[in-house]
Design a protein around this ligand. Structure first.
Ligand SMILES: *Cc1c(COP(=O)(O)O)cnc(C)c1O
Length: 394
């Protein structure tokens, strides 16, 4: 079956009510028929729900879909994207282990690697996504994992998954990919040898800005460790959120097609604009890794960055002059969202760390929504015009 069909037709068994759409199983626990069943389930002699921190029909349906859409063996749903990222690291590494990771990772992922895991004796070397020659040099005898994000947030650096997969294989490393920006619809890292794939389902998988969620997908033996870790430590996905996210997957393909079409139109519109210094989008030929993006992604994704002329103050005026577009830290919503990474998601990094991953003071991240592209363009145009006048008056 094709992607769209799997996303729609993978479904829990119907109950005696013959419902068409799977219900929400808002229950913390499940009953056992008798003492013997309780014993057998706890002994894991066969599979069945016991307690929603372990599993729930709604999270199982969501995991089953992710598994099929990413083309992997198993998946475990978590309460948020960060819970998924942490669960893809903590159970598989121990004191003395080392990770080689892209420096262009989500801000909180960098915090885990540089501030939290080192306290437990797990260290990381961050390597620049656009300097592949530095990656192999960073691998040490105790390196256990290669962790990256492509396209990256917010710099949209694209890393060659085939190359990275080969590097991981050659050195026997667990290859871990945060696939949040692309979603399994645009790119399937398992095709390039990824052992683990993490998602913030909060973003395009929900796509409507309603719930938090995450998922770790990948090799069966590794997900077994992730599941054991999460069952004990508790970052499980709530049944209602799992129900919302499983429904959301039914429309992922059509939504992503439109996000990508809108984003490309907007990127093309602003690429030669006199008030915009630079537009970055993986499917614009000016993108430094355009060829790699074309090779490994079905389309360019829903995120663009724009660097407005005039630096920080002008950028502030531009953001405040928008009328329709939302100012929010989230992304992957039906509503177009603008974010100023230097002041928000990446404010914990130093100026040098930001510069190194291309976050300039005038850079805004645009999560292109599903409104009509002409309306998005019109709002950006009027904000550029108004901020131009405002900065001239100053
Ligand atoms: C948002 C995001 C996360 C974290 O996800 P939450 O659901 O907010 O915890 C991780 N990685 C990337 C690339 C993200 O954009």
């Amino acid at each position: 079956m094709n992607f769209e069909t799997r996303a729609i037709r993978t479904q829990l068994d119907r109950t005696q009510h013959r419902e068409h759409s799977a219900p929400v199983y808002n229950t913390s626990g499940f009953i056992f028929e008798d003492a013997e069943q309780m014993r057998a389930l706890f002994a894991e002699e066969y599979e069945g729900h016991m307690y929603s921190r372990y599993s729930n029909p709604n999270s199982s349906e969501f995991e089953e879909k992710i598994k099929l859409l990413e083309g992997v063996e198993d998946a475990f749903a978590t309460a948020s994207g960060m819970a998924a990222v942490f669960a893809s690291l903590a159970p598989l590494l121990q004191n003395g282990d080392h990770i080689v990771a892209s420096s262009a990772l989500f801000g909180a992922s960098v915090t885990i690697l540089t501030k939290i895991l080192p306290r437990y004796g797990i260290t990381a070397t961050l390597v620049h996504p656009e300097q592949p020659e530095a990656w192999e040099k960073a691998i040490r005898p105790n390196t256990k994992m290669l962790f990256l994000e492509t396209p990256s947030n917010p710099g949209l650096a694209v890393i060659d998954l085939a190359w990275a997969g080969e590097l991981a294989r050659k050195h026997g490393l667990i290859f871990n990919v945060d696939n949040c920006f692309a979603t399994p619809y645009l790119q399937q890292p398992a095709h390039y040898g990824a052992d683990l794939i993490t998602h913030s389902a909060t973003k395009f998988i929900d796509g409507q800005g309603r719930v938090l969620g995450g998922v770790v997908a990948g090799r069966k033996d590794l997900i077994a460790e992730v599941r054991k870790f999460c069952r004990a430590t508790g970052p499980s996905m709530a049944p209602f959120n799992a129900w919302v996210l499983s429904k959301s997957l039914e429309t992922l393909a059509v939504r992503m097609d439109r996000h990508c079409d809108n984003a490309l139109r907007i990127a093309e519109h602003f690429q030669d604009h006199p008030e915009v210094e630079r537009v970055n989008y993986p499917f614009l030929p000016s993108h430094p890794q355009y060829d790699i993006a074309r090779r490994q992604m079905k389309a360019g994704g829903g995120i663009i960055t724009l660097t407005v002329r005039g630096g920080l103050e002008r950028c502030r005026q531009f953001i405040d002059a928008r009328q329709m577009i939302s100012l929010s830290a989230n992304l992957g919503d039906t509503r177009t969202i603008i974010t100023h990474p230097a002041f928000s998601t990446h404010s914990k990094l130093s100026e040098e760390e930001r510069q190194a991953i291309g976050i300039l003071p005038g850079l805004v991240r645009l999560s292109v929504g599903l409104e009509h592209p002409n309306d998005i363009i019109a709002d950006l145009e009027q904000a550029l015009e108004k901020s131009k006048v405002a900065s001239e008056v100053r």
